[in-house]
Ligand binder design. Sequence first.
Ligand SMILES: [Zn+2]
Length: 400
Amino acid sequence: MEEDQDGRLTIRIERRGVRRYTCSGCGRRTGRVRSSRDRTWDDLPWAAHHVTLIYPQRRLVCRSCGIRTERMEFADAKARVTRRLRQQIGVDCQSMPTSHAAVRYGVSWGKARRAEHAFLAEWDRRRATRRPRHIGLDEIQRGKGQRFWTVLSDVVHGEVIGLRQDRSEASAMALLTEDLTGRQRGAITAVCTDMHRPYLNAVHTVLPTADVVFDKFHVLQHASAALDEVRRQEFFRAGAVMREHGRGKRWLLLRRWKTVRGSKRAELQALFAANRRLFKAYVLREQLDRLWTYKTRLGVLNFLMGWFKALRWQRLPEMEQLGDFLLKHIDGIAAYCDHAVRFGVVESINTTIKGVLRRARGMRDEAMLLLKLKWATARPIRSARDLMRYLTVQPLYSNR
Ligand SMILES: [Zn+2]
């Protein structure tokens, strides 16, 4: 054991009394050693010291593989950190930047990143494949501008399944055919998505028997867009005095009434007092929320007709357009009556995805991003016991 200037401990290990070594190619054990070469692995820190292990890894002559290296029990093939350190780095990286975990364990950024990747990949490989009844196909914006990703998710368990660049029909097709097995596709009864034509085409082609359910949040987004258009009409195209009145109120107006508190509520009420039509449009948007409380298609249709009736004589062309749009898509909107899609889960997946993207700003590695999204949405660590399962320290060798 040696200590260098940085306080790093180097520990030379050797297995005593071992005559046969495991081939890394086939797993067979052999005693024919051709040569050995010192290799290093970073290991868990001890007290204030980072630790590096040195071990003379054998090159073996295997009957079926030829010359191969010895399989290491404590590390993945080609990895430069032990498996138990990989676990620690992998778990830590899910709640701190890779650079912090790298400093904590005294490894380079690249080593920490590779350890995290291996950790997540192994977790993903080992878990059971689910067969969700309901899946979601959604777009997420990446950075500024018109760049998108298409995300496929399991909206029953609230987990991301796959990720593709852009939001074309080809991307959606690839997700549905390559990221789901035939068995998984057979279990799907409903696809939750927005009214984006390329997605609808892909769903109809790949899953002809599944129903499309338009998700609540996209529908309400359309309603908010219509409300915003009313605001523009009423305040910004009506002279300087009104314009001053409506300035900077966009986000306030787009918030739901129940989430507006205190002085902001008074502000909103003052805005409505200045313009009754905006008030009417706001109320209509708020009422739309009730659409999802009906249990039958007829109920949904009746509600929407009633909503339409309230629109009459209001001279709100933007809301009328919204009404036409909703009626045109009534089948997909009312489809939730036949499929108990959990819209709350759909929304929480989106919130989680946005959080991961914010932290992973500028991440180039798509495979890594997908693994991180899977982990963040599946939330495999929910208790102290779960955490222990991932962090249990393995001995270097089992006693065989
Ligand atoms: Zn072999």
